[in-house]
Design a protein around this ligand. Structure first.
Ligand code: FE2
Length: 276
């Protein structure tokens, strides 16, 4: 995946960070409208939707709200199991992924091959970390097995690594460097500042951040979250509302080698975008 000396054929991929509830959906809508107005074209879009339904899980109704934006793949994480109806969606739709390293008795798929409108193939792999999370199957071995299955069918491979520990996410980036186009971290909802291309051509960011309300504690009402910490007991969390932002990474991928040419962090005020 070394950089090429001639102009490569590029594929532009937008990865949209965890969409939290209706404020997250509205932030995505506003930024999509802004892209359209500015003539920004994206070949393939991926969004993590595990918090889209009221902050926890996935529902058909919530997915329908973002259907119009043309997102080609929805990834998820530990909250995919919060809503029973997600199992039915996983069973019938190849567009919604759940982490591949959950034990095989679970419904759905952890990776899929997709095709863009212009006929380019792209594989998306969804994995989940284990540090400070459920002890499910090894995400590193799962990645190896999936890459073996993909074989030479697809050069452009994007990994959503839904994990809590920065160390585990960075380890996955190095583990897959040169074997996939990008490793994009999700789950912590706070965008990390170190988006980069690793030495063998894999785009990497520890966490892509959240689409949702930023006057919050990772998307939830501050008072609810504070009560949990101050009282040390369970408290129902509600999605916050103020200061909506859109978070994502825009990546240009070399169509022939699968290497990442550029990875740009996006953290955009959703309110000012609507006004502008
Ligand atoms: Fe998560």
């Amino acid at each position: 995946m070394a950089s090429l000396s001639f102009c490569p054929v590029k594929m532009r991929v937008l990865f949209i960070g965890d969409i939290v509830g209706d404020p997250g959906i509205e932030a995505v809508a506003k930024i999509m409208a802004g892209f359209q107005a500015k003539g920004i074209v994206v070949d393939f879009m991926i969004a993590n939707v595990e918090n889209i339904a009221g902050g926890f899980g996935v529902t058909e109704k919530a997915l329908n709200k973002i259907e119009q934006f043309g997102i080609g793949c929805f990834t998820s994480g530990n909250h995919i199991w919060n809503r029973p109806e997600a199992e039915e969606i996983l069973n019938r739709s190849s567009k919604l992924l759940r982490p591949a390293n959950y034990p095989p008795a679970n419904p759905g798929f952890g990776w899929q091959l997709y095709q863009t409108e212009s006929g380019q193939n792209v594989a998306v792999i969804n994995l989940q970390g284990r540090t400070y999370m459920q002890s499910i199957d090894c995400p590193f071995r799962a990645a190896d097995e999936i890459l073996e299955q993909i074989g030479g069918r697809c050069k452009i491979i994007i990994v959503d690594f839904h994990a809590d520990a920065t160390s585990e996410k960075q380890a996955m980036g190095w583990y897959l460097d040169g074997r996939v186009s990008a490793v994009v971290g999700t789950h912590t909802h706070v965008q990390s500042a170190e988006a980069r291309i690793l030495p063998h051509g894999t785009g990497f960011i520890t966490d892509v951040g959240m689409c949702g309300p930023y006057d919050s504690v990772i998307g939830m009402r501050t008072a609810d979250a504070l009560s949990r910490f101050l009282k040390g007991r369970p408290e129902r969390l509600h999605v916050a509302e103020g200061n909506p932002k859109f978070a994502g990474v825009m990546m240009d991928i070399d169509d022939r080698s699968g290497g990442c040419i550029s990875i740009e962090r996006l953290l955009i005020e959703a309110q000012s975008q609507a006004e502008g």
